[in-house]
Design a protein around this ligand. Sequence first.
Ligand code: NDP
Length: 256
Amino acid sequence: NASRLLGKTVLITGASSGIGAATAVLFAKAGSNVLLLARREDALKEVQQACIAAHKESGLKEGGNFAPIQLDVSDRAAIAGLWSKVPSNLRKVDILVNNAGYVIGREHVGDIDESVVDGMFATNVLGLIAMTQLFVKEFKAQKSGHIINIGSIAGFEAYVGGSIYCATKFAVNAFTTSMRKELVDTPIRVTEIQPAMVETEFSLVRFKGDVNAAKSVYAGLQPLTGQDIAEEIVWAASRPPHVNIASEVIFPTNQA
Ligand code: NDP
């Protein structure tokens, strides 16, 4: 029931493209306020405009506040200073969507640069943990909250050429499962979304802007869209308070 999202405030990391951007627009349509967090300010401003348009189209009077927050989740000091960037009317956050993440390359383990290993762990794992720790404190104090982590099927199925990325997503899976169990005595809900192939900027980032290499990943199948995943995230967030969608695994119909 989407009416449960009316007037709620959602913070989405990685909101400048793909799954995060689609999720922001869908929450906007449902009458929520959205804090849009990522590194690319121009892209965030475009998503902010899309949110404003979606909210206007919905005709809802609740929600409608959208703020871009330029922040790198791999920077712990920046996360510690998050509140100074959040407009005062949006400081009570109800839902945190930890979505920022990426993969670079598909080299085998001996051929991967240290900086690539450190970068993926800093964003996909340490950034997600730091954001979560900040919000668990807030959510405990306000006695409500929902943390939605974007994992991947790479969090339970490792593949050749994915050693580091899979390790980061296995870590997200372990972290999210432990946290859900630790928080059962609180009203805080914890959800993990584990998508298979979604066509976003993900592959473009993976292949450092090589459009043909990025496209080749989806040859022979119809990938999911950011919108498909956004619908699952918004659905999980709009369940009644006593229902916790612990995890969702989403595949394209023709991906094995
Ligand atoms: P995109 O590349 O389109 O989006 C990734 C988002 O993360 C961007 O908004 C990017 O913004 C942001 N981001 C990356 N690094 C940082 C950082 N250090 N600090 C803040 N924001 C950051 O890809 P997707 O939408 O596909 O990816 C979203 C999530 O979904 C990721 O966690 C990914 O691992 C996961 N996923 C994706 C799948 C797919 O096939 N596409 C499958 C399974 C899971 P900016 O560059 O502006 O900072």
